[in-house]
Design a protein around this ligand. Structure first.
Ligand SMILES: CC(C)(COP(=O)(O)OP(=O)(O)OC[C@H]1O[C@@H](n2cnc3c(N)ncnc32)[C@H](O)[C@@H]1OP(=O)(O)O)[C@@H](O)C(=O)NCCC(=O)NCCS
Length: 434
């Protein structure tokens, strides 16, 4: 079932956009959203919350895919209008390093009802969507994964990581930094307007960053929690740069007097400048009656630990994969990048789904990048398309992948050259969950 027009004995597939009440697609968009909520064990959402979420999805221009059963279900079972499998897509820009961006197909809301799993529904939706994305000219597809074992078979490789941190903000907490700007408390609702602007500025300087979907500004401003209600616990501080421009913010909330040590939880921390980042941490470290600040989406390579007088104030846990990338068009992906060093490599890429198979010569000379077909000659490096996704943003070293037996080096020393070429100007980090 690779195509929405196609049906088989058991199922048919439909694609539509998120829609408001006035639109004929409203009913199926609403039932689709309830099905996603069921797949991710959410509470059943009220009509009011559904409408709010659908409005955000409209702002994102999301396309929604549902798989439906052909036969009428037995009495009392969910009716045919509820999809048994869901799949959502949207499009945003990914920062691929050195100021370059690529429009990227984002895949989200993948769920298959337990009673219909292992019938090939995910495989059908995924292969059809990747083919459609390639036809639409997308060079990359991206997702975040609930389990690490699902998406490699579809050509996705882990491209960025994140971790949870706890920072001791007691007497040991001191940051070696003389502030150049200032931090002020604001009503968190200002983030409804400000968060996307500040994020956009931070995004431009952060390899691995994807522009955020509409729901972010609602969540980080406290306007709407996952259950649709207002989050009255959210607080907000803004960072003003030396010229008065708002170049960072932190949205945070108190974990409660029952949590020891007393903890402030970061909901979102975005800074477009290094000084803004450190000054927001200086602010967090100065909050009275609190002994610890926690952040579940911290970067792996974090300047905070290096700026602290005592780096052991930071403890980390739950180091995990974050963004997964799937290269759909190898020459376009290689040509779009700027490289950390000059060099020349012939890459052989294998792709079980056939989108990216081939051999290409990549050369970067004084910043001028050329990519040409090299199907006639011998490769320097052979790798699966998943591994190209992993090395593409510079967060995974080809040397490590070669040691793991994933990348094969045919020309001695070329794996290190590849590591230097794929390096980006600062550590890749993606602060957008989708
Ligand atoms: C994960 C999920 C979407 C799989 O759907 P499905 O329709 O059963 O998958 P398919 O039958 O199309 O299987 C496709 C392939 O993935 C494999 N697979 C499916 N679920 C897997 C899992 N959880 N772990 C490892 N492999 C998995 C299948 O074995 C199959 O392999 P093959 O085609 O190479 O033989 C489904 O189990 C689900 O909805 N889970 C809960 C929600 C979730 O985790 N969603 C993912 C969000 S990122």
């Amino acid at each position: 079932m690779a195509d929405p027009k196609e049906t088989n004995e058991k199922y048919h597939i439909k694609r539509f956009h998120s829609a408001g009440k006035e639109n004929p697609d409203y009913g199926q968009a609403r039932d689709w959203l309830q099905a996603v909520g069921f797949g991710f064990h959410d509470e059943r959402r009220s009509d009011e919350v559904i409408d709010k979420i659908l409005a955000m999805y409209q702002a994102d221009n999301r396309e929604l895919t549902g798989v439906y059963v052909n036969d009428e279900p037995p009495l009392h079972a969910l009716d045919q209008g509820f999809p048994v499998a869901t799949f959502g897509t949207l499009e945003n820009k990914l920062n691929i390093g050195f100021g370059q961006e690529l429009r990227t197909r984002q895949i989200t809301a993948v769920s298959v009802r337990g009673t219909h799993r292992r019938h090939g529904l995910l495989r059908g939706m995924m292969t059809a969507d990747l083919a459609a994305a390639k036809d639409d000219g997308f060079v990359l597809a991206a997702l975040t994964a609930s389990e690490a074992s699902i998406y490699g078979r579809f050509g996705f490789g882990v491209a960025t990581f994140e971790r949870s941190i706890k920072v001791d903000t007691g007497p040991k907490f001191r940051i070696r930094h003389e502030p150049v700007g200032r931090v002020e408390i604001a009503d968190p609702r200002v983030l409804l307007e400000l968060a996307p602007e500040v994020f956009e500025r931070a995004h431009r300087g952060t390899p691995g960053s994807i522009v955020r979907q509409d729901s972010y500004r609602h969540h980080v401003s406290g306007a709407m929690k996952r259950d649709g209600t207002e989050d009255k616990a959210i607080k907000c501080a803004l960072h003003y740069g030396p010229d008065g421009t708002i170049d960072g913010y932190v949205s945070y909330k108190f974990a409660g007097w029952d949590t020891k040590p007393y903890t402030m939880e970061i909901v979102d921390l975005v800074a477009a400048t290094d000084s803004g980042y450190l000054e927001l941490w200086q602010f967090l470290g100065s909050i009275d009656l609190v002994e610890q600040v926690s952040w579940p989406e911290a970067p792996i390579e974090d300047p905070l630990a290096w700026a602290l007088v005592d780096g052991r104030c930071v403890t980390s846990s739950d180091y995990r994969d974050m963004l997964w990338l799937r290269v759909l068009d190898v020459p376009a992906a290689l040509s779009a990048r700027r490289y950390g060093s000059d060099g020349r490599l012939v890459l052989e890429i294998r792709d079980a789904l056939g989108f990216a198979d081939g051999r290409w010569e990549l050369a970067s000379d004084g910043g001028v990048v050329t990519v040409r077909d090299a199907s006639g000659g011998p490769p320097d490096l052979s790798m699966d398309v998943t591994d190209l996704g992993s090395v593409y943003l510079g967060a995974v070293s080809p040397v490590t992948l070669a040691s793991a037996g994933r990348i094969r080096e045919h020309t001695p020393g070329v794996t290190l050259a590849a590591q230097q070429m794929f390096a980006v100007e600062r550590p890749a980090h993606c602060l957008t969950h989708f």
